[in-house]
Design a protein around this ligand. Sequence first.
Ligand code: SF4
Length: 82
Amino acid sequence: MCICVNCLYVDRCHAYFAVEEQHQQPHLNENPDFEPLQPSINVNIRTKDNYIETEWDVVGCESFIEEIGKWAKLRPGEAIPT
Ligand code: SF4
């Protein structure tokens, strides 16, 4: 799972904005203003039925500050992106 969902900066971060783009998810914030330091992004590519699915996850980041449930607080009742 992407560590960003439990990061203080999830709704301000350029890298997470890019992950949302890749997953075709609605943005938490259309104008992110935070540039993270050295995020590591893991890209998984797999075939599913008749198409190729890619999954992007931030797996490490020097700017990470833990705030458990940050994404869920911003989108109450919605499923956390995996
Ligand atoms: S972990 Fe890094 S890339 Fe993810 S939201 Fe936080 S600052 Fe951005």
